[in-house]
Design a binder for this molecule. Structure first.
Ligand SMILES: Cc1cc2nc3c(=O)[nH]c(=O)nc-3n(C[C@H](O)[C@H](O)[C@H](O)COP(=O)(O)OP(=O)(O)OC[C@H]3O[C@@H](n4cnc5c(N)ncnc54)[C@H](O)[C@@H]3O)c2cc1C
Length: 480
């Protein structure tokens, strides 16, 4: 429902502050801005994390390029004996397989390993782009190899593309490419938005695609001098296999910890907040965990892991997770039994620390308020101040289920202010709404969490208000 509300486009010329907006008692809850800025866990993370994510991006680029460059250089001395198309075909095939293996290695999920990359969602975005680049390269690979034989006529081209069955290593390459098409088709949403479970199951074919690609390369990627080529493919293949084994097997045994759901508090229709008791978890506001519930009475999603942001403050003894009914598994959790067991894996992500020491605006839509609720709860418990405005986006007051608690927190936390925006009353969030309440909007860091249309709208508003893109961080509750 929320999604539809924020679909409205930002109008080009916005009117001055509407009369109803001035007349209406403002749902602003304010304190005096506090010069003492609260930094989550007392550190200014901004510079540190920008640097580490640049270093990680640099390292990744450094890891992505050497094999194709190496292949190109080794082809150079006898380029006269090989056609340009043939060299290009091999180099691009080597690049494609290398990127596929890197993407597989990056799909690993180990708490805190995602931090240098700017959080798990960003790490998986890199994984996604590497996978896409690899797919394009591997599609071009047979086409270029065939083009190399074009001067010899169509029969020669056909022989490259469909050789005799005895050339099993070429057929291994084709099988790998077909496996890749099968698992990537849902990712590219060729047939509409995929079902998450099917998408995940099909994604397991990536292991088979990589294995077939390695078999193909071991016998045919002659541009890489052997045995160095063997070392490269077997080394990367081994790392990718280790990443897959960790993901499918060991993370379940070693990465998860047992908790008991001790309370299930309904917040409004279709939203509950779970309290979980178990081992102490070291996390920061805005981070998320994978929750696997084991309640035998769950009608769906039992023993299935789903990501949720922690809504509790890190200093609380128990964990809290607010869950909105958005599908089968989340709907079933509305009636999960207190006393049942669950596993928690994490924490992951790095959404809030990026902006923790700067004047900020936190825009949260619906269940996307959870990172800010966690931050507000930690501020209140720590008795610290912050220079931040919360923009609480909801359809109407009945859907602003954290508002009452946040009003109390805002009254107690120096420099924290809150402005509720109800779509049903005011239409889409607008620049006028923001600038009227936050005159120094352009000088602030913007953090947005909510449905994609709200994120898109907030990005447009930020750009119109002159906030540089580098000062905006977004988090969408969707991995696809
Ligand atoms: C980083 C992050 C933080 C989140 N925090 C919260 C939160 O605090 N509270 C909350 O209510 N929701 C949160 N979500 C969303 C929550 O994970 C999904 O609503 C839930 O997984 C949907 O499952 P379903 O079976 O009920 O719905 P479905 O209809 O099966 O799925 C709805 C959408 O959720 C995603 N999804 C489904 N299953 C999974 C899965 N196992 N793993 C990952 N994504 C999946 C898919 O994109 C799918 O399109 C968060 C998501 C992410 C990525």
């Amino acid at each position: 429902m929320c999604r539809a509300f924020f679909m409205h486009r930002l109008s080009k010329a916005e009117p001055a502050v509407p009369a109803n907006l001035l007349a209406r008692p403002d749902p602003i809850v304010e304190n005096d801005p506090c010069p003492q800025v609260f930094a989550v866990r007392g550190v200014d993370h901004t510079v540190k994390h920008t640097l580490t994510s640049w270093v990680a991006a640099g390292l990744l680029l450094a890891a992505a390029l050497p094999p194709p460059i190496w292949a190109l250089l080794s082809a150079w001395p006898d380029a006269g004996q090989q056609t340009g198309w043939r060299i290009a075909g091999q180099v691009i095939g080597i690049a494609g397989l290398h990127w596929l293996l890197l993407a597989l290695i990056l799909s690993i999920r180990v708490p805190r390993w995602d931090i240098p990359f700017g959080g798990l969602l960003r790490l998986w975005r890199i994984h996604h782009w590497l996978g896409a680049a690899s797919f394009v390269a591997l599609l071009l690979h047979p086409l270029l190899a065939a083009l190399a034989r074009a001067p010899d006529g169509p029969a020669a081209v056909l022989a490259v593309l469909t050789p005799a069955f005895s050339h099993w290593m070429i057929w291994a390459g084709w099988a790998g490419l077909i496996a890749m098409m099968a698992f990537l088709a849902p990712t590219f949403a060729f047939f509409g938005k995929p079902d998450y479970r099917h998408w995940k199951m099909l994604h397991r074919l990536s292991g088979a695609a990589a294995l077939l690609g390695i078999l193909h390369a071991l016998s045919l990627a002659t541009l890489l001098p052997m045995p160095a080529g063997y070392v490269l493919w077997l080394g990367l293949g081994g790392m990718a296999a280790a990443a897959l084994c960790w993901r499918l097997l060991f993370s379940r045994l070693l990465g998860r910890r047992a908790y008991t759901i001790t309370a299930v508090a309904p917040l409004t229709d279709g939203v509950v907040e779970l309290t979980l008791q178990g081992p102490r978890l070291d996390y920061e506001p805005g981070q998320f965990v994978y929750l696997t519930p084991f309640d035998p009475e769950l009608t769906s999603g039992r023993s299935e892991e789903h990501p949720y942001t922690l809504s509790s403050a890190p200093s609380e003894a128990d964990l809290r997770i607010a869950i909105k009914d958005l599908g089968d598994a989340t709907r079933a959790l509305m009636t999960v039994k207190a006393g049942s067991l669950a596993a928690i894996e994490g924490p992951y992500g790095q959404f809030l620390p990026l902006a923790s020491a700067e004047p900020a605006v936190w825009i949260g839509g619906g269940i996307g308020m959870t990172p800010f609720v966690s931050a507000a709860r930690s501020l209140a418990l720590a008795g610290r101040g912050i220079d931040a405005h919360i923009i609480y986006c909801a359809n109407d007051p009945s859907r602003a289920y954290f508002e009452e608690e946040l009003v109390t927190i805002v009254a107690a936390v120096d420099g924290l202010r809150m402005h509720a925006h109800y779509f049903a009353e005011e239409g889409p969030l607008s620049r006028t709404f923001l600038e009227y309440r936050i005159p120094d909007l352009a000088q602030r860091r913007l953090l947005v969490c909510g449905p994609q249309p709200l994120i898109d709208l907030a990005l447009k508003l930020a750009s119109a208000a002159g906030i540089p893109r580098s000062s905006v961080a977004t988090e969408e509750f969707d991995l696809l």
